[in-house]
Write a protein that binds this ligand. Structure first.
Ligand SMILES: C[S@@+](CC[C@H](N)C(=O)[O-])C[C@H]1O[C@@H](n2cnc3c(N)ncnc32)[C@H](O)[C@@H]1O
Length: 254
């Protein structure tokens, strides 16, 4: 999806970061962001790097915050038994499995797994989402509860389809964007922003195919609870929660 995006800042301490990001992403750096005619502004303000949509109110600014109430509470309460995703992964963190989250997005699923003790490799192909997630991870490093968790997360800016070629992992985890998400009334603000910014991941069939060649033990695919399977491919089993389902494909590669 093509958007007209610029980089800006409200926090004067972040001018150098803003310049660096604009150069890295080949985007214009602007100062008068509130009257600008861009679809989105990647904005450094006091909370961190986020997305602002002119001419909306600055209060609608979106950024990734691992300290946000619900998520932070969930990661403090998380247990291998309670978290359906951990049960779908099906391996103890003590075995130190190599787990690739090939669709990192806002990093929440990886954060939960890292909080449970897993070392995570996160791949994100959108340079914008990668920048937001990277910023959130840097900010989280100064929090004593989050720091050890974040240190178990390695974020890489890459498209997983070519990246997974010739790689090997115990588990590959996928949570691509699907058209069905658009129709749900309960879609959260952050998912709406992801949808608007990125559209749907139309190549998830190819991604699943690649993940199946790379995973030594299993591929786990997150789906809306009642949605169809990726590529109509029947999983070995599924675990279904309140709003999501995890389709688990066991692999036999040794
Ligand atoms: C629904 S979001 C994932 C949300 C994530 N599980 C979380 O907990 O925040 C899907 C993300 O996967 C990314 N993505 C989709 N296909 C990808 C690929 N082939 N390689 C890397 N990232 C991909 C998209 O850019 C998007 O940011």
């Amino acid at each position: 999806m093509k958007h007209n995006i610029a980089v800006s800042f409200t926090d004067e301490n972040k001018i150098a970061d803003a310049q660096q990001l604009a150069t890295k992403l080949s985007l214009p750096l602007i100062t008068d962001f509130e009257t600008a005619t861009f679809d989105w502004i990647l904005l450094y303000n006091q909370q961190g790097l986020g997305l602002y949509r002119p001419p909306e109110k600055l209060s609608s600014f979106f950024y990734i915050d691992f300290l946000a109430g619900k998520l932070f509470y969930r990661l403090q309460q998380a247990s291998l038994k309670k978290e359906l995703l951990a049960r779908a992964i099906g391996i103890s963190p003590r075995e130190q499995p190599v787990i690739i989250d090939a669709t990192a997005g806002l990093g929440r699923d990886s954060l939960i797994l890292a909080a449970l003790g897993f070392n995570m490799i996160l791949l994100e192909r959108s340079p914008i989402i990668h920048a937001l997630l990277n910023d959130a991870m840097q900010r989280a490093l100064i929090n004593p509860v989050l720091a050890p968790i974040i240190k178990r997360m390695q974020l890489i800016s890459a498209d997983a389809i070519p990246w997974l070629l010739n790689q090997s992992a115990d588990v590959v985890y996928l949570d691509p964007m699907f058209p069905e998400r658009q129709k749900s009334a309960s879609v959260k603000k952050e998912m709406v922003i992801l949808q608007e910014l990125l559209g749907n991941d139309m190549d998830s069939e190819k991604l699943l195919e690649m993940a199946l060649t790379c995973a030594r033990r299993r591929v786990v695919v997150k789906r809306p609870r009642l949605a169809g399977m990726v590529a109509n491919k029947k999983p070995d089993f599924s675990l279904t929660g309140k709003s999501s389902r995890f389709d688990v494909y066991l692999t036999r590669v040794v």
